[in-house]
Design a protein around this ligand. Structure first.
Ligand code: ADP
Ligand code: MG
Ligand code: MG
Length: 254
């Protein structure tokens, strides 16, 4: 479903020092699987998710990304979203004045339009929203509040998963960068990812929380170090990392 080959990327020279960050990432995620990427701070995890999103701050210098058999090349973030790629951080963190549901309805309709499909009707959208909100324990009062404004960490996570449910993406990328997540918030993410599992959907969860993977039970775990995937294994790899740290993968101990 998602196939990344020999991906090299650097900071866009127009935006800063053109430093190479991704140095040959190879990664394949088939439909129906949840893959986790773990790795030490600064190894390039967030850069990978930005590059997959088509963020203009980064430049691909070599390699390729294909999604559902199609090269992503220079596609804009909105074009990628229209093809069914969901990135949690693509949706603004806080938008004062815009009720969450209004925002999501516009986002959903923009994607449908880009795919050449008709708009979702208001009653249909409301029904789908109520169903998903109920699954996540989100109150109708929370849906009326402006996007993410004044939400707690756990509420923001709940909303992120809700956004994903409402946009029915084919592929989800979650970058769990927030270091302030408590156990409840981690559980929200894990339960949400598990609820979104489907044979047609692939997911990539980037994290440095061993804890998250305990709840999430990914099918495959990848270790990233210095801009590359250096090891791939099953869930046991996460346990190994917790016990032994990243040194043996980064060479820092040598
Ligand atoms: P991770 O998410 O694994 O912690 P990042 O992808 O955020 O790592 O960062 C990888 C490296 O690239 C770090 O050294 C970081 O400082 C650097 N980096 C990322 N984005 C930029 C940028 N826009 N400008 C300069 N350096 C950057
Ligand atoms: Mg970081
Ligand atoms: Mg990061």
């Amino acid at each position: 479903m998602l196939e990344i080959k020999n991906l090299h990327a650097r900071v866009n020279p127009e935006e800063g020092e053109a430093k190479a960050i991704l140095k040959g990432v190879d990664l394949t995620v088939p439909a129906g699987e949840v893959h986790a990427i773990m790795g030490p701070n600064g190894c390039g995890k967030s850069t990978l998710s930005y590059v997959l999103a088509g963020h203009e701050g980064y430049e691909v210098t070599d390699g390729s990304v294909s999604f559902l058999g199609e090269e992503m090349g220079e596609l804009e973030p909105e074009e990628r979203a229209a093809k069914g790629l969901f990135l949690s951080f693509q949706y603004p963190v806080e938008i004062p004045g815009v009720p969450t549901l209004t925002f999501l309805k516009e986002a959903a309709n923009a994607q449908l339009k880009a795919r050449g499909e008709g708009e979702i009707s208001a009653p249909e959208f409301m029904k789908f929203a109520r169903e998903n909100a109920a699954k996540l324990g989100i109150s109708s009062e929370m849906l009326k509040r402006p996007v993410n404004v004044g939400f707690s960490g756990g509420e923001k996570k709940r909303m992120e998963i809700f956004q994903a449910m409402m946009l029915s993406p084919k592929f989800l990328i979650l970058d769990e960068t927030d270091s302030g997540l408590d156990i409840d918030a981690l559980r929200v993410v894990a339960d949400g990812v598990n609820a979104l599992r489907s044979p047609e959907r692939g997911m990539l969860v980037i994290t440095h929380y061993q804890r998250l993977l305990e709840y999430l039970k990914p099918d495959v775990v990848h270790v990233m170090a210095d801009g590359r995937i250096v090891k791939t294994g099953g869930p046991e790899l996460a346990l190994e990392l917790e016990a032994e740290g990243y040194e043996k993968f980064t060479g820092a101990a040598a």
